[in-house]
Design a protein around this ligand. Structure first.
Ligand code: CP
Length: 333
């Protein structure tokens, strides 16, 4: 069955991807299965299919990015889309143009799909209200990073024994408070049945107990400041960068103390299972939230996360565009 047939028979009906909380478990499963097919395409000598030929994908980033921006560009090009890159720092945004005017401008210039990153939570929702095509959120403020969560899930399913997260103990460690990656991962991982633990210093977990309490009651989520308890028996640990650009002063005594108490190192990782996977969404600050010996560790799947981002973003562009079959002899032209 082709992904398109999957999408039709299983009812993919999302015009935009604004956050993962709009996705059901079966939607998420469809993204995962489509990404497996995209990964097979990436293994071909010419990893390119004509699926999105004639579609213009505009990548509109108001914040810095390496992984998300480049992997969306590679994903769109692998599907034969025309890609337009706009960095807000070198656009008319610097002359005071509003977000709405920018969206209307890129639409007039032929955009069919917009991939957007913005420092303000909710900006992609506003874009989706005024744009007649599709909007994919590449990260908005503290709020959401849906494609990161989906590629993290894909990586876990790919690398965990048994290929599933249900019943597996997964730990997100560090600056949960400011992390859009954590928020989107909380939704996908608990939706798929993981036993999820959030761990960090109290100042970086503030308000999360209440927020977690608003999740459906069948979700397994534990919030703790106790690193040893969090890591004990863990199947995977995801360390997060301290997002100092979003941090008001005074949340941490010092980086050194943070690193000593909450850093993922060869010593602290011993508390987890012997085969525990090490993850990080990047960019990493080695020596702060993660020891350099861990970042390059044999059980680190950090580069898998980056590589899988292309397959997952291809799957999302494909499903959201709702375009024709990806199979067939033609590659590109
Ligand atoms: N994980 C992530 O969003 O990385 P970038 O900021 O490099 O896109």
């Amino acid at each position: 069955m082709t992904p398109r047939e999957d999408a039709l028979t299983q009812g993919w009906h999302h015009r935009h991807l604004l956050d993962v909380d709009m996705l059901s478990a079966s939607d998420i499963d469809l993204v995962m299965r489509t990404a497996v097919e995209m990964k097979e395409i990436l293994g071909r000598p010419i990893p390119k299919v004509p699926t999105l030929r004639g579609t213009q994908v505009t990548i509109l980033f108001y914040e810095a990015s390496t992984r998300t921006r480049v992997s969306f560009e590679v994903a769109a090009k692998n599907l034969s889309a025309d890609v337009v890159n706009i960095a807000a720092s070198s656009s008319s945004v610097t002359k005071g143009e509003s977000l709405v005017d920018t969206i209307r401008t890129v639409e007039a210039l032929g955009a069919d799909m917009i991939v957007m990153r913005h420092a303000r939570s909710g900006a992609p929702y506003l874009a989706a209200q005024v744009f007649s095509g599709h909007v994919l959120n590449g990260g908005d403020g503290w709020h959401a990073h849906p494609t990161q969560a989906l590629l993290d899930l894909f990586t876990l399913r790919d690398r965990l024994p048994g290929g599933k997260v249900a019943g597996r103990k997964i730990v997100i460690l560090g600056d949960i408070l400011h992390s859009r990656v954590a928020r989107s991962n909380i939704w996908t991982l608990t939706t798929m049945g993981a036993d999820l633990w959030l761990c960090g210093p109290p100042t970086l977990l503030r308000g999360l107990e209440r927020w977690a309490g608003a999740l459906p009651s069948n979700r397994r989520l534990t919030v703790t400041t106790d690193l040893r308890a969090a890591l004990r028996g863990a199947h995977a640990v995801m360390a997060l960068r301290l997002q100092q650009e979003r941090m008001a002063g005074g949340l941490l005594p010092s980086l050194r103390e943070y690193s000593l108490r909450y850093g993922l190192t060869a010593t602290t990782l011993r508390w987890a299972r012997a085969d525990a996977l090490v993850m990080h969404p990047g960019p990493m600050n080695e020596g702060v939230e993660i020891g350099p010996e861990i970042a390059a560790f044999e059980r680190s799947v950090v580069t898998d996360q980056v590589a899988n981002g292309v397959a997952v973003r291809m799957a999302l562009l494909y499903l959201i565009a709702g375009s024709g079959p990806i199979e067939g002899g033609e590659t590109h032209g």
